[in-house]
Design a protein around this ligand. Structure first.
Ligand code: NI
Length: 271
């Protein structure tokens, strides 16, 4: 019986492949190399329509999805969602936003992030802006300076622990702030220009028509991702607003696109 190399290769499938296709190893190495280089270059994968999605394709990358859209000639608005994340509604909203390539800004509560950390991480990973709505949704103007500071600090540490960075924007609960709150928050304060009153109507038709009739270039639209009716309104809201010449950006993108510099302690109702 022969003990040559050729015979021993027959004993394993990989050995056989190696002997039969000696060039295959090189081809696989080259393909892996190309994938790694494309990832380093942040290769942009074009999608249908005007929307482009920049997506990391190498397994070792952070998989942060950056949503890029053509904004030329578009009126820009920022969709903002408060008081979540909630396990029953926020993932549905994220699915909708993903399917339509819409980035939103979430003003999350530290207490809710602590309850649903994976949803908060998913929102950040999928290209949304995740900002602070404080820790416990207290009306900051009625708190002592120390109590307000404690709430803000606790939210900061939850953001740092779960999302890896402290929030760069804050929406004070109820949109209420005074000089003490401005100092305590110490980030730009983002209020809103269009209040859909979704918490009150719980009616998708009313939410869509309010947003459409009150929107303008630079508007910040207030909604809440903790209500099924609000999430149900989003697909039509997106489609109808796009039909009227709007495109969606995060609050920070809106500031950048409109040449505004957001300053700590200053409140913004539109950009
Ligand atoms: Ni709120």
């Amino acid at each position: 019986m022969s003990t040559s190399g050729r015979t021993s290769y027959n004993r394993s499938f990989l050995g056989y492949i190696n002997a039969r296709f000696p060039w295959l190893k090189l081809v696989v190495l080259i393909l892996i190399g190309i994938a790694a280089i494309l990832d380093l270059l942040d290769y942009t994968v074009p999608r249908a329509g005007e929307t482009q999605v920049k997506i990391s394709i190498a397994p070792m990358s952070k998989h942060v999805r950056v949503i890029e859209r053509s904004l030329d000639g578009k009126k820009l608005v920022a969709l903002t969602f408060d008081d979540g994340p909630l396990a029953t509604t926020t993932p549905l909203l994220l699915d909708i936003l993903e399917s339509r390539n819409v980035p939103a800004t979430f003003f999350m509560l530290g207490s809710m992030i602590r309850s649903n950390p994976e949803i908060a991480k998913r929102a950040a990973r999928e290209g949304h802006e995740v900002a602070s709505h404080t820790m416990y949704h207290q009306n900051l103007i009625y708190l002592s300076d120390d109590a307000a500071q404690a709430d803000i600090n606790e939210a900061k540490s939850v953001f740092e622990e779960i999302l890896g960075e402290i929030p760069s924007l804050t929406r004070p609960p109820y949109g209420n702030y005074d000089d003490n709150v401005s100092r305590t928050v110490n980030t730009p304060m983002v209020l809103w220009s269009v209040d859909t009153r979704d918490w009150e109507s719980r009616n998708p038709d009313s939410i869509v028509s309010t947003a459409l009739s009150q929107a303008f270039d630079g508007a910040i639209i207030l909604m809440h991702d903790i209500y099924e009716t609000s999430v149900a309104a989003v697909p039509r809201l997106i489609d109808e607003m796009r039909g009227s010449g709007y495109e969606f950006v995060t609050v920070s993108e809106l500031a950048r696109e409109h040449g505004a510099t957001l300053e700590n302690g200053v409140a913004y109702r539109g950009l």
